[in-house]
Design a protein around this ligand. Structure first.
Ligand SMILES: C[S@@+](CC[C@H](N)C(=O)[O-])C[C@H]1O[C@@H](n2cnc3c(N)ncnc32)[C@H](O)[C@@H]1O
Length: 260
């Protein structure tokens, strides 16, 4: 099962040889951002979200919570993360408590369709829709939770044609939960779900460069704390992803949309 890791905090503490509350921000950045580009990718989404003081932001598929904590720290906004993987929600809460951000950032174990909250000032979703078969419903459920004029930022992985990359991948161990669309299909689906496109950018070259830099960082001695060490088959999943982005089998798309 993809996302089946149940001992994330214990693994981080074992590898770092310290309590999670004692980790440096640089150490956390290496493990709590589950997408290509790490915190730099989150920073690329922020301007499009147009967040002002007091805004309430929804993170759909919040994972271990690195992006939510970064958005909260960078903007002072309140962030609500939702995710369907219970162990990730629990790890996100523990890491958030360690960072002293529980007043500002919270995580709920629910699909977005089950979220009772409405009227968000902005939302974002990073590297999630690859797992979602019914993408129209997924984005329509997000759109319904936004106030009119609110922004949605997406940062997603797409296929570049009919060729599928070798498995395992970060979002799928056996392919049974991987539903890759092309960039054009994904952009159209989001618009069909009621969101007007502001920007739709192919970030693949930037992502490929980030992977190359990561490879250099991970070959240092001692190796820094890194997400692949926490995941089942992590190094193979990350390597397949890096190769597929670099050889053009996959693209990485960044977009901004506005709720009607
Ligand atoms: C590759 S991780 C990305 C996590 C986070 N967005 C990040 O970038 O650090 C994908 C996450 O999406 C979650 N997920 C998959 N399908 C989902 C769905 N339908 N609704 C909410 N979360 C979902 C998984 O549980 C996992 O935490």
């Amino acid at each position: 099962m993809t996302y089946g890791e149940s001992d994330i905090i214990d693994t981080i503490e074992r590898l770092a040889r310290t309590d999670v509350a004692a980790l440096t921000q640089e150490q956390l950045d290496g493990v709590d951002q589950f997408h290509v580009g790490g915190p730099e990718a989150v920073a690329r989404l922020l301007p499009g979200l147009r967040l002002g003081p007091g805004a309430r932001v929804l993170d759909v598929g919040s994972g271990l919570g690195g992006p939510a904590r970064q958005v909260a720290r960078a903007t002072g906004c309140e962030v609500v993360g939702v995710d369907i993987t219970a162990a990730y929600v629990e790890a996100a809460r523990r890491l958030t408590a360690g960072a002293g951000l529980t007043e500002q950032v919270r995580f709920l174990h629910t699909p977005v369709a089950g979220l009772p909250l409405r009227g968000f000032d902005a939302a974002y979703t990073m590297h999630v829709q690859m797992n979602v078969q019914d993408k129209h419903t997924f984005y329509a459920d997000i759109a319904r939770r936004l106030r009119p004029g609110a922004r949605l930022a997406v940062y997603e992985v797409c296929r570049n044609g009919d060729v599928h990359p070798p498995l395992p991948l970060p979002w799928s161990l056996d392919g049974g939960d991987s539903f890759l669309a092309t960039g054009d299909e994904l952009c159209r689906t989001i618009q069909d779900a009621g969101l007007a496109v502001v920007e739709w950018v192919d970030d693949s070259a930037w992502a490929a460069q980030w992977f190359a830099d990561l490879g250099r960082r991970l070959s240092a001695t001692p190796a820094p704390l890194a997400l692949p060490a926490l995941l089942a088959d992590g190094p193979a999943r990350m390597l397949n992803f890096a190769i597929a982005v670099t050889d053009g089998t996959l693209t990485v798309q960044r977009g901004t949309f506005t709720a009607a």
